[in-house]
Design a protein around this ligand. Sequence first.
Ligand SMILES: Nc1ncnc2c1ncn2[C@@H]1O[C@H](COP(=O)(O)OP(=O)(O)OP(=O)(O)O)[C@@H](O)[C@H]1O
Length: 252
Amino acid sequence: MAEEAPFIRVRGLEQKFGSQHVLRGVDLEVRRGETLVLLGGSGGGKSVLVKHFPGLLRPWKGTVEIDGEDISGLDERQLAPYRKKVGIMFQNGALFDSMTVGENIAFPLREAGVKDRKEIASRISEALEIVRLPGQEKKMPSELSGGMRKRVALARAVVGRPDCVLYDEPHAGLDPITADSIDHLIKDLQKEQGITNVVITHEMRSVFHIADRIVFLQEGRVYWTGGPEELRTTTDPVLKPFIEGDSGEAWN
Ligand SMILES: Nc1ncnc2c1ncn2[C@@H]1O[C@H](COP(=O)(O)OP(=O)(O)OP(=O)(O)O)[C@@H](O)[C@H]1O
């Protein structure tokens, strides 16, 4: 049987901001239904890379295919269906503090033009169930713990029933137990909803909990790709200090 086409295929992707050449020819595939973790040094272009997947950034050079379609040259209107396929949980959760939890979660639906109030209410409730925060619609973000805010941000990423979710440092600022609960949600989404996950994290403990495959970015290119076992036992001089530089819990 022919192998299924990847959900995301990136070819020769280059991105520049002024004279800063951030991505220098990234080739990458994200398989359907896998959890792919993106690793790399700070400022190496991980966030910039994933922002191309829902078309928030356009390639300077190269192509990005989502679900078999090259989205590189699409305009805002043509991008809308692809934005629906790819949910994004932004760095720091980025909730609107003046809106309730429910209004925050509804935001992408309203942006997409959904108007039916019953439909919106039922989607909010579905998303809150998924992130294990049922019935919290009326709360304000200021009433929530850091972990709960992350889960609301995740509910907002899944409310449009995407095929793929991008997580930009979902563990940042969380204690290990709360970080574990985020890892469980990420894996549950993959197993129960068949969602393809792309996770940027610096938490090596989480990498070994959740990754099916790992891609390491270095100097704007893919430096290494492999599975968690290969990473754990690597002797690569670039990867080894990067992994060991963490808490060491990765080896437990
Ligand atoms: N919109 C932008 N305009 C100008 N420069 C940008 C923009 N977005 C990112 N950059 C620059 O691109 C580089 C890569 O940033 P990026 O956020 O992708 O790094 P990262 O690998 O995600 O790092 P970290 O792990 O610290 O979040 C940085 O030097 C950043 O300042």
